[in-house]
Design a protein around this ligand. Structure first.
Ligand SMILES: C[S@@+](CC[C@H](N)C(=O)[O-])C[C@H]1O[C@@H](n2cnc3c(N)ncnc32)[C@H](O)[C@@H]1O
Length: 409
């Protein structure tokens, strides 16, 4: 491990292997060139004395990948949790949500939009925090390209945003005003010390990049920051219960939701009106250029979860290689769908279509594969094909929803 690796581990909690040594090496080379440092030792010295340069290197090594309503089931559960507390909420004692890391803002605004649609305006606050100055600036700007909308399931799509000239979309003011954005480093000692507890904490797709020590420290901090009966939402490959036994998985597997072990497991009964994150089934029209990463239905830590982690980090070629090896031994519809997504990300639509079709061969009602084929049909102007896949996807979604026993549990 180089001195720079050690510095990144100490300052960010970053497990250098998780982003890949080549990414770090490329970032260091680029920053050495930008700062005119000839040797790594000289650049390390500069990093130690210059916080602005540490910030620049941080920007170069973090992975900001995110999108609206990533893991839709988490937002359904969030709406249920907020409804269960509604009677106790006032403008001065609102439902408090922490999003760290917030990246470019899609996640905290998904939270705020969920609670806005649940009728809780004025009764909730979202704190959005990220270590990246660029990410925080993008969150504050609150305007997004179409690629930020990747979920085709029953979640609000672009039509819930304000279209801007140039093809971007703005977060509605009533939603944006409920979100406070700030720079913060989860690995820093005393992170959010002195904060009031939060009813919900979103910490998704960060633990995968942290050292074991940093994960344990972060979990302990969240345990301290979580209000009694609160819930913590993690990413699909982040088994919080294995990091800190004081957390227990709770709710449907695809919500990746945890409660403190000493809190009661069940959320409140379903609200009188369904939460806004579960509107009537519909299939959005995803952009072919922005492939949907299907919700993981596999247990954390298995081969497909690892592949999904690579996809989430934009490593599509690695994912294709791993999947090609894996599917030979264990062909599954979910695996073929991930393969199709990886091909789509690499711009190989014919290979993508073959993979999605193979997924349907194994499971004719596979929702994610149907939505992807719908997007591909739309992309090539095949209206009849698109209508056929839309009908089948709607049917698959209705069956899934019935099996899931509706939103809250
Ligand atoms: C993959 S994004 C996750 C965004 C969002 N939570 C999601 O799941 O879509 C990872 C983010 O973690 C941020 N990050 C990395 N290390 C951090 C740290 N120590 N404290 C706060 N944020 C950090 C990065 O800047 C990046 O925006």
């Amino acid at each position: 491990m180089t001195g720079i690796d050690t510095l990144l581990r100490e300052s960010l909690g970053l497990a250098v292997g998780s982003v890949g040594p080549r990414v770090i090496a490329a970032a260091v080379t680029a920053r050495m060139a930008a700062t005119g440092c000839d040797t790594e030792a000289g650049y390390l010295l500069r990093l130690r004395v210059d916080p602005a340069e540490r910030g620049q290197l941080t920007e170069a090594v973090v992975v900001p990948e995110t999108w609206f309503f990533r893991y839709p089931e988490s937002f359904t559960q969030l709406a249920c949790l907020a409804h269960s507390r509604r009677a106790a909420l006032t403008p001065t004692t609102p439902f408090r949500v922490l999003c760290v890391p917030c990246s470019t803002g899609e996640e905290p605004y998904s939270v705020a939009l969920t609670l806005h649609r649940a009728g809780l305006d004025g009764l909730f606050r979202v704190e959005a925090v990220d270590v990246s100055l660029k990410a925080v600036a993008a969150t504050r700007a609150a305007t997004y390209p179409t690629t930020a909308f990747r979920e085709a399931g029953p979640v609000p799509g672009r039509d819930a945003f304000t279209p801007l000239p140039g093809g971007r979309y703005a977060v509605p003011a009533a939603v944006a005003s409920a979100v406070r954005v700030r720079v913060g480093n989860l690995a820093a000692p005393g992170f959010l010390a002195g904060e009031q507890p939060f009813d919900a904490i979103f910490c998704r797709n960060l633990f995968i990049y942290l050292t074991d020590e940093a994960r344990r420290a972060a979990a302990a901090r969240f345990h301290h920051l979580l209000a009694p009966g609160g819930r913590l939402f993690s990413g699909h490959a982040e088994p919080l219960g294995m990091i800190d036994a004081r957390f227990k998985i709770d709710g449907p597997p695809q919500a990746f939701m945890f409660r403190a072990a000493d809190a009661p497991p069940a959320l409140a009964a379903p609200p009188e009106s369904p939460p806004a994150a579960t509107p009537p089934p519909r299939v959005a029209a995803p952009q072919p250029a922005a492939p949907v990463t299907p919700a993981a239905s596999t247990p954390p830590g298995d081969a497909l979860s690892l592949v999904r982690t690579r996809l989430d980090a934009g490593r599509a070629a690695d994912a294709v290689e791993a999947l090609t090896a894996h599917l030979g031994d264990a062909p599954t519809p979910h695996g073929y769908t991930l393969l199709g997504v990886a091909h789509s990300m690499l711009g190989r639509s014919a290979d993508a279509e073959r993979a999605f079709t193979q997924a349907l061969y194994l499971d004719p009602g596979h929702y994610d594969a149907l939505v992807q084929l719908l997007a591909l049909a739309q992309g090539r102007g095949d209206a009849a094909g698109a209508a056929n896949f839309r009908r089948r996807a709607d049917k698959a979604h209705a069956l899934d929803a019935a099996e899931r026993n509706g939103g809250c549990r």
